[in-house]
Design a protein around this ligand. Structure first.
Ligand code: GTP
Ligand code: MG
Ligand code: ZN
Length: 310
């Protein structure tokens, strides 16, 4: 009889599946060729985090995947507007951590805002993390705290941290516990290092300080789901340059900015993009200081990139 399980890793032709989501009961599984047919529409038909039905072969203890259960949500690797080759990083996620570092590499607010849009659309609870605060100058400190306050004011969880600061490490540990979480961010920001600090048993490969450069070096090469000592699962992913957005109609972009929804209901035009139109509720709220300048600027940049693509 087929049993339900969760895909832990997907390197090469074999998939590790945790039967009944039990990390101590891992079965090595094959994915039959029919799942690679066109109708599945994706580069990788099976993603880390997927729930599957598995038929176990009693003779050699391996399994064959019979069915992929519907994904509750997922995050993809790159902007792939109009293409069907998007690569899924992880699926069935409760909580998404977007990790940035204040320095080495420098923080990119646009990355955070793009990630938050996906979380809004897919019902993932996001956490904004700014790491490597031990490297921050006074000016960096100010900038980081301004951003954290801005995200908190909107209603998001947000925190600054350093792997060398125990107090901030326990803050993030509390948020990871008992959920299925994913760490997303550019290469070199410290995703694997944070996880090793939370749970040294993981022993994830991290970049050596000496070979670290501004671009990072893609130390983690495959997404993988790790069971945690403290309970729950965490998916460490390889660094990505930019966070991909699914097909969003530019006039609907502001629905994914929670602080723009109410003001947007006062715009004169239904299809207001909140840029040049008269009697715009969003611009009014912005002028009154109710919408943060950095978020509005980010909205404009993302809007432009969507308009260019369409
Ligand atoms: N100063 C400082 N360095 C850190 C901190 N966290 C991580 N690092 C360093 O940052 C470098 C990159 O860390 P990784 O954990 O490999 O980064 P990653 O995000 O997993 O990178 P990819 O796997 O390539 O995506 C390593 O040299 C770490 O020692 C921190 O809080 N402060
Ligand atoms: Mg890594
Ligand atoms: Zn408007």
């Amino acid at each position: 009889m087929p049993q339900e399980g969760k895909v832990i890793s997907s390197t090469g032709r074999w998939y590790q599946v945790a039967i009944n989501n039990d990390p101590n009961d891992i079965v090595k599984c094959r994915l039959p060729g029919r799942f690679r047919l066109k109708k599945y529409d994706r580069t990788n038909p099976l993603a880390v985090g997927d729930q599957v039905m598995v038929e176990i072969n009693e003779e050699d203890g391996t399994g064959a995947i019979q069915e992929i259960l519907e994904r509750r949500n997922y995050v993809t690797r790159e902007s792939t507007h109009g293409s069907h080759s998007e690569q899924i990083l992880a699926s069935n996620i409760d909580r998404g951590f977007v990790i940035q570092s204040i320095r080495k590499p420098n923080l990119k607010q646009g990355f955070i805002d793009r990630f938050l849009i996906t979380c809004e659309a897919y019902d993932i609870s996001p956490v904004v993390v700014i790491n490597k605060m031990d490297l921050a100058s006074d000016q960096d400190q100010q900038y980081a705290h301004q951003l954290i306050q801005m995200y908190r004011d909107i209603g998001y969880q947000a925190l600054t941290m350093s792997i060398y600061d125990e107090e901030t490490v326990s803050e993030i540990t509390e948020l990871i516990k008992d959920n299925t979480s994913v760490f997303i961010g550019p290469s070199g920001v410290g995703k694997s290092s944070i996880l090793n600090t939370i749970d040294p048993e993981l022993d994830l490969k991290i970049a050596q300080v000496s070979d670290f450069n501004e671009k990072g070096k893609h130390t983690t090469t495959h997404a993988r789901l790790h069971p945690l000592e403290v309970g729950g699962y965490i998916i460490d992913t390889p660094g990505i340059r930019e966070f991909g957005l699914f097909d969003i109609d530019p006039v609907e972009l502001s629905y994914y900015f929670p602080e723009m929804i109410e003001p947007g209901s006062h715009c004169q035009f239904n299809d207001c993009t909140h840029t040049h139109e008269p009697k715009c509720g969003v611009k009014e709220a912005f002028d009154n200081g109710e919408i943060h300048k950095l978020r509005y600027q980010s909205y404009r940049r993302i809007l432009e990139s969507l308009q260019e693509e369409s």
